[in-house]
Design a protein around this ligand. Structure first.
Ligand SMILES: *Cc1c(COP(=O)(O)O)cnc(C)c1O
Length: 465
């Protein structure tokens, strides 16, 4: 509190304050400290003008300054623990990368690399050669190219093959994925003209046949990754569509969304079409994401017929959507892991998390229960609850994976609040993100890897007095 006099006069000058900020200057640098101080003093002037009487003592001002400087640091992208139960969580960064991928990123990006240089000829090379060869080897595609994400893959494919022309798509497949990606909107931006056919629940082969005209550029099928229509339904298979497309000499493009390369049935996971199965069924081009079931970095892959991939590659938009060397390096390492089907589920984090057995997660929950109980004290009842993890990222929404959660329920009459606990767990150096359900905070342990357990329990340390 200031005592009497003009409060504006009591505000110290930036220069005066800077003289007592040696420690802050050493950490954050002179110019950041100066800028932050100016902003702080302007705010205080505003507050005083508004009738407030802030504490203007040196120590108080330095405290405010430090809080602001530290808040600026934490604004950066930072790791956290995803205990939401959704493995491929779009808001939480989707697929975690294995060490092989990170090592490759470091290796190609700390110095120069052969990104577009052919070491055999000593001349210019293609930036995607390695990734393309691996995609072809693993999927049986003739050719492949890669862009920034699957949305870009769809945009570029349609813009290349259907600019100003018609593309019939089933009304049952006009999906929205995560708010900002809607098939009709992306088609419009690509310059293709969407022709809606069939009904939401039923589309027949004859609907496609009737829609084909002189202006038709291609046939398209979109994997309805994030929802399922049940009951009186009918969708045309890729094989049926491929036959029709061939009859009319049109390409069949399939937007697979997730597009996995592994045999999910063999891994004990819900059935999901593989890229090679869709190509075998007769698709001419398949588009899919790099960071969904594939388990790699954000990317979009276009694989299939060589002449169509070449046309896509020559589109000037390709340059605007192309991948950076860091992503290409990581993507190649992920693809290499798929060469050994026996070890990929162990070595690739996404598949490792998806295939974790309930019993394994339950054992982990038993081990973590005592420290969590101790940290939460008597206001909370913590138990191990059965739950169901979701695969996430628009894949397999109706198929869930049996899992186990640490469930934190307020003790009767404790006044404890799950939302408040969730906020505290979000606030530490390694935020823990759970899910509130039925007045309890659920921490699904499926995505907690063994080497993260210590950090997880340490986060509960902030609760102990
Ligand atoms: C997820 C998805 C997309 C978008 O993929 P991103 O890699 O997120 O851009 C497009 N189509 C389908 C069917 C999808 O599931």
């Amino acid at each position: 509190m200031n005592s009497g006099g003009n409060p504006f006069r009591q505000l110290p000058s930036v220069d005066a304050l800077l003289r007592s900020c040696d420690a802050e200057i050493a950490t954050w640098g002179h110019s950041r400290v100066t800028t932050t101080l100016r902003g702080l003093l302007a705010e205080l002037r505003g507050a005083i003008a508004g009738g407030a009487a802030p504490d203007l003592a040196d120590d108080a001002l330095r405290g405010l300054l430090r809080a602001r400087l530290e808040a600026g640091e934490s604004a950066a992208l930072a790791p956290l623990l995803n205990l939401t139960g959704t493995v491929l969580h779009t808001n939480l960064g989707r697929a975690p990368l294995p060490p092989e991928a990170l090592a490759a990123v470091v290796a190609v990006s700390t110095g120069a690399s052969n990104l577009e240089y052919d070491l055999d000829s000593g001349g210019r090379g293609e930036r995607e050669t390695h990734v393309e060869a691996l995609v072809c080897e693993l999927t049986g595609a003739e050719a492949a190219t890669a862009v920034n994400n699957n949305a870009a893959a769809v945009l570029l494919t349609l813009n290349t093959l259907a600019l100003g022309r018609e593309v019939p798509v089933s009304r049952g497949e006009l999906v929205e994925i995560g708010g900002s990606f809607r098939i009709p909107d992306v088609m419009a931006r690509s310059g293709a003209r969407l022709v809606e056919i069939g009904a939401t629940n039923r589309t027949h082969l004859k609907d496609y046949r009737n829609a084909i005209g002189a202006d038709t550029a291609l046939l398209m099928k979109v994997h309805t990754s994030n929802y399922e229509v049940r009951g009186f339904t009918r969708a045309v298979t890729e094989a049926e569509l491929a036959a029709l497309a061939q009859e009319h000499a049109l390409p069949l493009v399939v937007d697979l969304g997730s597009g996995n390369l592994a045999d999910f049935a063999a891994l004990g996971l819900p059935q999901e079409p593989t890229v090679s199965a869709v190509l075998d069924a007769g698709a001419d081009l398949v588009t899919f994401s790099g960071d969904k079931l594939l388990g790699g970095p954000q990317a979009g892959i276009i694989a299939g017929r060589a002449d169509l991939v070449e046309a896509v590659r020559r589109n000037p938009l390709k340059r605007a959507l192309r991948l950076d060397k860091m992503t290409l390096a990581a993507l190649a390492e992920i693809l290499k892991l798929y060469r050994d089907p026996d070890s990929v589920a162990r070595r690739l984090p996404t598949l490792r998390l998806l295939t974790r057995a309930r019993e394994d997660i339950e054992r982990q929950a038993q081990a973590l229960l005592p420290p969590v109980r101790a940290a939460l004290g008597t206001d909370w009842q913590v138990d191990i609850a059965e739950c169901h993890s979701q695969i996430g990222s628009g894949s397999l929404p109706v198929d869930t994976l049996p899992s186990a959660a640490l469930r934190c329920t307020p003790a009767p009459d404790s006044g404890a609040d799950p939302a408040a606990l969730a906020a505290i767990l979000r606030s530490g150096p390694l935020p823990v993100i759970g899910r509130i359900h039925r007045n309890a905070l659920w921490l699904d342990l499926r995505c907690l890897e063994e080497d993260q357990e210590a950090a997880f329990t340490a986060q509960f340390g902030i609760l102990s007095p």
